[in-house]
Design a protein around this ligand. Structure first.
Ligand code: HEC
Ligand code: HEC
Length: 250
């Protein structure tokens, strides 16, 4: 019986990988499944639906449901799948302020590769190359970002941009309490609150580049859209600096 099951599973895997499959992918998939079952299902659920035992009653910051193939943390445009590096960054660094742990050195490189391969089998979206895209190259920081005086001057303009484009959800002082942000839902059907910028750590990371990425490309599946193409690089950088100026560093 066990041999039969393994045979059926392997046949399924081989077919699942299509014509350009190779043995390495099958081993990766099987190792990835083992990692997922040991370290991820408690929250993400046996079938990756985000409904694991620990998370059943959580009302916000729920574990991702991987079946939809929609990802918040990407360097790719809104609506596209993340790159392997994006997934690795999230899994190794975790998501601040949520239950998503930073796996760091708890996983070996080969285990990262394996669990990433496994995640790609949880949604059909990964099979269509149309859903893949090149990552956005984050433009380098303008010179004024490095000078305290120039930064202060930019904040005046940035505040205006923020009031016009962001305050409705994030609130005038960036505490996540804007009138339009009170009853937002994500596409998975759960409430989601606009980020509170006075927090010490941000979900997408604590470097200026991480916040640039989020403002430019948005957090898919949530009302946080991307502003790439709608604002100039200079404007996005000024908002990055503005967001950090709201951080409570005490
Ligand atoms: C203790 C609970 C918990 C465990 C264990 C856990 N996660 Fe998560 N994970 C979460 C939560 C909660 C989120 C969503 C946070 C959010 O949306 O802001 C998340 C989000 C993610 C995301 C982000 C997807 C996106 O939208 O960009 C990835 C990738 C991920 N988890 C992978 C994993 C993998 C792989 C494992 C196991 C090695 C794992 N998680 C284990 C709770 C957990
Ligand atoms: C329609 C409401 C809405 C508007 C308008 C909006 N946001 Fe957001 N934003 C959100 C929500 C909701 C989240 C949290 C999503 C989550 O946690 O999954 C968020 C998250 C963020 C984050 C991520 C913070 C972190 O912890 O990593 C940044 C940065 C951000 N917004 C910046 C901005 C800026 C700058 C603007 C204006 C240019 C803006 N947002 C406009 C709703 C909005």
């Amino acid at each position: 019986m066990r041999a039969l099951c393994t045979f059926i599973l392997l046949t399924f895997c081989i077919n699942g990988f299509g014509e350009d499959s190779d043995k390495r992918k099958i081993y990766l998939y099987l190792e990835g499944r083992a990692v997922f079952e040991e370290m991820c299902i408690q929250c993400h659920g046996k079938y990756g639906k985000g409904d694991g035992e620990w998370a059943k009653d959580w009302t916000e910051n729920r574990p991702r449901n991987f079946r939809e193939g929609v990802f918040k943390f990407r360097t790719t445009p809104l609506g596209k799948l993340p790159t392997d590096e994006d997934l690795k960054r999230t899994i190794s660094k975790g998501i601040s302020g949520t239950a998503m742990p930073a796996f760091g050195k708890h996983l070996r490189d080969s285990q990262y590769d394996a669990v990433i391969e496994y995640l790609k089998h949880l949604s059909r979206k990964w099979k269509d190359p149309e859903n893949a895209a090149k990552p956005l190259v984050i433009p380098s920081q303008p010179d004024w970002v490095k000078s305290t005086e120039d930064r202060e001057a930019k904040l005046v303009q940035a505040k205006e941009l923020f009031t016009k484009n962001c305050a409705s959800c994030h609130g005038e002082t960036g505490k996540g309490d804007g009138p339009a942000g009170l009853q937002l839902m994500d596409i998975w059907g759960f409430p989601v609150k606009p980020a509170d910028f006075s927090k010490k750590h941000y979900k997408s990371g604590d470097r200026y580049e991480d916040v640039y990425r989020t403002i430019a490309l948005g957090l898919d599946g949530t009302p946080m859209v991307g502003f790439h193409g709608l604002m100039s690089e200079e404007e996005i950088w000024s908002l990055v600096v503005y967001v950090f100026s709201l951080r409570n560093n005490n």
